[in-house]
Design a protein around this ligand. Structure first.
Ligand code: ZN
Length: 135
């Protein structure tokens, strides 16, 4: 697998709006996209730094995995996402190396990316996402 860069860092927040004064006012970043991902019950807000993004994740339901994460561990860094050329190929490769997968196959994520998660049990407790940009 070839990882080209860190695509984004996902940060779990209770409220995107409450965090804007920090990301925009203090860090001087610009939120360029807000998007709700229905099947993950999450609202996302994106900021770009070079090729890498910060993705704020706000739960839209108590059933959301983000809501459960915040309940258990509080707000903070939720996952790291690596960009790679072919997520399905990468999944096959990491699985052959004994890594446990959350997603057996790439699925649609925010911003039209194909994404898949690796299980934190196999990644030193860091929830890890692989993503592929549509060509
Ligand atoms: Zn992500």
């Amino acid at each position: 697998m070839e990882i080209t860069h860190i695509e984004h860092i996902g940060i779990a927040v209770k409220s995107i709006e409450e965090q804007l004064p920090y990301y925009e006012g203090v860090l001087g970043l610009k939120c360029y996209n807000v998007e709700t991902v229905e099947d993950q019950k999450v609202k996302t807000a994106f900021f770009k730094i070079g090729q890498t993004k910060i993705e704020l994740l706000e739960p839209t339901s108590e059933e959301s995995t983000i809501a459960k994460f915040i309940e258990k561990r509080g707000e903070g860094i939720h996952h790291i996402a690596y960009a790679t050329k072919d997520v399905n190929e990468a999944l096959k490769e990491v699985e052959s190396k004994g890594v446990r997968l959350i997603d057996q196959q790439a699925r649609g994520g925010a911003e039209g990316l194909s994404i898949a998660f690796l299980h934190p049990k196999s990644t030193g407790s860091v929830l890890t996402e692989l993503c592929e940009h549509p060509e």
